[in-house]
Write a protein that binds this ligand. Structure first.
Ligand code: PEP
Length: 259
């Protein structure tokens, strides 16, 4: 049975002391929770967050990294620097990086390969724009993003990949897809993985959804069949709200009833 993952993306929000304050409130709220929790926070607070979450059930992720091992890349941060610090995971291919920083599928793939090599869990974001959905291009886009993004990734490395299906039009907009759209798209993603690897391997890959999840709609989304969790931006910035979202993705919520 696949684990449930609920992941925060703070984006460019919160100073180091604000992250510390956040954790003071958040950690007691999720203590003992079986759901895997990952907080993706700014580089400047990674060290603080790692120290403060050491004895907790919360993992820490970076929001980006450079694809090269090391060298003359002023201002960049490498995968080894992150894993050396104790970071557990990294977000790769977020739509804000694809659109604002021109990150291509090829670059995303390089980052994934580098992240895996350094022992990081890669939170691999994929998703279509509204134009692409309206023009029935969703599957085509996902096939491209996933086959390119996971190029040269071995089956045994998929345990360190979390796919975050994030339709671009749902991120930060307050609009979420219909339940059937999420469930069907997760199936499409699993089929793509099946054709790249095989059914048994694809069955074990963690596939989550992200885009305008909040403390209200999480109750429904948390029960969607086949969905292994969520990536949350805006609503993760408030510890009480995010803790509520975490509790909506209990492992047992998706267990299929036996006849
Ligand atoms: C995100 O940025 O990954 C995200 C899901 O944002 P929001 O929850 O704010 O839509």
């Amino acid at each position: 049975m696949r684990n449930k993952y609920v992941m925060a993306n703070f984006k460019m929000n919160k100073s180091d002391s604000e992250v510390e304050e956040y954790l003071k409130t958040f950690l007691p709220l999720v203590e003992g929770n079986e759901t895997k929790i990952i907080l993706s926070i700014p580089f400047t607070s990674l060290k603080t967050a790692i120290e403060k979450t050491k004895k907790s059930n919360v993992m820490i992720a970076a929001q980006n990294m450079n694809e090269n091992e090391k060298g003359a890349y002023t201002g960049e941060v490498s995968a080894d620097m992150l894993s050396g610090l104790g970071v557990d995971a990294v977000i790769v291919g977020h739509s804000e990086r694809r659109s604002n920083f021109n990150e291509t599928d090829e670059l995303v793939n390089k980052k994934i390969l580098r992240g895996l090599k350094s022992g990081l869990i890669c939170i691999f974001c994929v998703g279509e724009t509204m134009y692409e959905r309206k023009n029935q291009m969703t599957e085509q886009v996902l096939v491209r993003q996933i086959t390119e993004g996971l190029k040269s990734v071995y089956a045994n490395e998929l345990k360190n990949i979390i796919i975050a299906y994030e339709p671009v039009w749902a991120i930060g907009t307050g609009v979420t897809p219909m339940d059937v759209e999420i469930v069907e798209t997760v199936k499409v993603i699993r089929n793509i993985l099946t054709s790249m690897y095989d059914e048994k391997i694809a069955k074990d890959v963690i596939i989550t959804y992200g885009g305008s999840i909040n403390e209200v709609n999480c109750k429904e989304i948390g029960k969607f069949e086949g969905l292994d969790g969520a990536l949350i931006g805006g609503a993760s910035l408030m510890p009480e709200k995010f803790a509520k979202i975490v509790s909506a993705f209990k492992p047992k919520a998706c267990r299929k009833k036996k006849d």
